[in-house]
Design a binder for this molecule. Sequence first.
Ligand code: SAM
Length: 269
Amino acid sequence: MDRNTLPFLRVAARNRLRERKLRRVLGPDLGRPVSWQATDNPLVGETAAIFESSHDVHKWSQYFEAYDAVLAPLRDRPIRMLEIGVFRGGSLEMWRKYLHSDSLIVGVDIDPGCATFDDPDRNIYVRIGPQQDTAFLRGVIDEFGPFDVILDDGSHVNSHIIDSFTFLFPNALADSGAYMVEDIHANYWWTHADQPATFVDFTTSLIDAMHAHYFSTVGEQLFHAGDTKRETAIQVPFATTIVGKIEFYDSIAVIHRRNRDLPRSIFRA
Ligand SMILES: C[S@@+](CC[C@H](N)C(=O)[O-])C[C@H]1O[C@@H](n2cnc3c(N)ncnc32)[C@H](O)[C@@H]1O
């Protein structure tokens, strides 16, 4: 048996189970099989326009909607952006063209060849190391963080995405910042699925974490300001206090760090 056959068979079996469960959970209307036609619609949006005039960028067309939604409100001020995965440097150039001219753009990549894209005169920095190495990431945070936007376009290996997220989201993302993870399709491909839990599975735990203050409480009055039964403090995972919003597009997710000034139940981090 070829060295690659076993992981391929394992992931194929997992995906078959996933598909079966999906159809069951979706029910007869949402789950009925249909033929989905490929279309080649023109790209829309500002990041798409920059992409089309750029070279050496590696992006799927559906990502531009997410980029525009996250980045457009941040364009009128200097921000700090971290992208995991530099490749040929094209996406760093794209962000340079799109973001405020004083924004700081940091790329990290495991490939030492990417160091050639380090360009401090233009506020573009590249650091070389593995995205799953928290000591390396700590150095990047100490040198450049905290970041307003983090984009994971690195190895796309399930465990790497989760390791980077669990370290960077709490330690490197600014208040109200956005953490994007792209190429989520690779979660389902044997080439990248090094463990059964995908990043998508992980985000269901993040959704649970957003609601962890309801695990040990029952009743609205516990959350009413002024009510004698009101809970004033409760033990929750740190994630409960900082995950504000989770958005999914096809193959790209955006997890927003909570704006501390927005009310959320009765609790404040
Ligand atoms: C899809 S490419 C990045 C494309 C680039 N962001 C763009 O849009 O043009 C993925 C990059 O991740 C890098 N990479 C792979 N494994 C990595 C790891 N464990 N840590 C950091 N970077 C990694 C690869 O060297 C490659 O340059």
